[in-house]
Design a protein around this ligand. Structure first.
Ligand code: UDP
Ligand code: GLC
Length: 384
């Protein structure tokens, strides 16, 4: 069996990291040992160790971890100069490994260089739409260069992510699609059971409730939900998730918006939560509000898996999960009037909400199981 080693930069709970955590844990149950190197400390290291997997941290230089989607050439060059020690440590860690697999952009650069020095086949898992306007032209060029010249294979988290890389100059023949996989055999909370407790904890009465789940970041568009709530007097909302350091100003703006619109008795911020399935099961509708195209959107699958009707923005990988009118409702990004209209239709037509939830649940369970995703990724490694 080929020895695989994953490298990813962050060890906190983001979608790309949760994808890797679930894959590694599930692969282990199937007899595959997939160790992970993190480039920074965080709770996922301990989570993986507690689950019986191998995980450790090789600290990367601060410059490279500060790189953002919009970083300039100067930032990139200064980061590259600061990474020699980390690359050296990675080269040593790669001894005895057959395939190196990077799960983030920052690890693409570091682990890509180290894999080249160690002469190991290198795979990159792409979780972003490289066409996204928030990537600087330099960063886009760097990503495409590494994808084309440093990897033997790129794994995209959706067809949309694959197409976006090709549009920027990525080699299509190198790119496979592996979707995020979910453990549908785990005990999923019963929708009705937790509702009273969750609403009580949030300080909300028993009224129609919509939930939005995910990082608080401007492109995730939580403000669009607040605008929609303002348009529907009978509806209340749970906003679940936290801001990263860079996005705390946006979180402040959201709080101010709720105050200005006098919505504090109808909109509650719950911060980062580890019990997302319980909270999703307690709301009537799960909303997705990203104003930029979403590369995939784990929260959409998670909501549907619980039989919740999901309203999501059109674009990116979302169309690969939801078939509008059959397994959910789609609306144009940023359009709070259209979101309000969709929410209103789900509240006033319970039969529609129930049908979309049930059909959505069947569809995601058939297509996004963790077993299938692990098998697809193993297939990529086996073909190298
Ligand atoms: N999530 C969580 N707690 C929160 C908010 C989000 O565990 O308070 C999880 C959520 O369940 C999902 C992931 O974070 O699995 C977000 O992934 P998604 O692909 O939706 O978005 P990303 O943040 O990766 O862009
Ligand atoms: C990224 C994307 C998100 C995707 C996740 C897992 O964080 O923003 O859309 O679901 O990766 O692939």
């Amino acid at each position: 069996m080929k020895k695989i080693l994953f490298v990813t930069h962050a060890a906190h709970y983001g979608g790309a990291e949760l994808f890797l955590r679930d894959m590694v844990i599930h692969a282990r149950q199937g007899g595959h040992h997939w160790p992970v190197i993190f480039l920074d400390d965080g709770p996922l290291v301990q989570d993986l160790i507690a689950a019986g997997s191998e995980a450790r941290t090789v600290k990367a230089g601060a410059q490279i971890l500060k790189l953002k989607r919009g970083s300039s050439l100067r930032d990139v060059v200064s980061a590259l100069m600061g990474i020699f020690a980390a690359v050296g440590a990675l080269v040593r860690a790669f001894r005895g490994v057959d395939i190196i697999c990077a799960n983030s952009q920052k690890s693409l650069f570091l682990a890509g260089l180290a894999a080249r020095l160690a002469r190991k086949p290198f795979v990159w898992i792409l979780h972003d739409l490289v066409t996204d306007s928030s990537f600087s032209p330099t960063m886009r060029r760097a990503l495409v260069f590494f994808a084309n010249h440093m990897t033997v294979r790129v794994v995209a988290n959706s067809r949309a992510a694959k197409d976006a890389l090709i549009e920027c100059g990525g080699r299509g023949d190198k790119i496979s699609v592996v979707y995020n996989g979910f453990d549908f055999t785990a005990d999923l909370p019963d929708s009705g059971a937790e509702r009273d407790a969750v609403l009580r904890e949030a300080g909300l009465p028993d009224r129609p409730t919509v939930g939005v789940f995910g990082r608080i970041a401007e492109w995730k568009g939580q403000h669009v939900l607040i605008e929609a709530i303002d348009r529907i007097p009978g509806l209340q909302a749970l906003i679940v998730g936290d801001a990263t350091y860079q996005d705390s100003a946006y979180f402040d703006r959201l709080r101010a918006m709720v105050d200005e619109k006098h919505l504090s008795d109808r909109v509650k911020f719950l911060g980062f939560r580890k019990d997302v399935p319980r909270l999703m099961a307690a709301v009537d509708i799960v909303a997705h509000t990203s104003i930029d195209p979403e590369p995939f959107g784990r929260v959409i699958v998670e909501g549907l898996a619980l039989g919740r009707p999901v309203v999501a923005t059109r674009g990116g990988g979302v169309g690969e999960i939801i078939d509008h009118g059959t397994t959910g409702l789609l609306y144009p990004p940023g359009d709070s009037a259209a979101l309000a209209e969709a929410l209103r239709s789900l509240i006033t037509e319970p039969a529609l909400a129930a049908r979309l939830g049930a059909d959505g649940r069947r569809a995601v369970m058939a297509r996004f199981s963790i077993e299938r995703s692990v098998q697809d990724l193993e297939g990529v490694f086996a073909g190298l």
